[in-house]
Design a protein around this ligand. Sequence first.
Ligand SMILES: [Zn+2]
Length: 123
Amino acid sequence: MWGTTVLVAVVLALLCAGIGSYISYQKGRSEAEGALFGFFLGPLGLLIAAMLPTIYAQPASYERFQENNADICPDCLSVVPKAAKKCRFCGSWIESVPAEESTQAQAEGVESEQDSHELPHGW
Ligand SMILES: [Zn+2]
């Protein structure tokens, strides 16, 4: 009788581990995480795995963009090839400027934007 009980327990644990890893996989989390929860805690572990927050893959895909020699257009924020000199979406020129210069240009852009906002108040 003991042998059967142990066998059933192991099969159930493995089953829960499988479901747990699937739940974690669907949530973008580590499959081992859900498998461990299911294996050791059974249905309770599956509940915990199901309640864990989903990890969205957006940051990873953004990194992949950069790895594939793609860049973000500073003007329209569209994804353009890194080798491109001109944005195909807004037509602005993309130059590989040093970080300091581009920050300065951004600061100036913000200033001029503020000025144009202030103009109507003066009128
Ligand atoms: Zn653009």
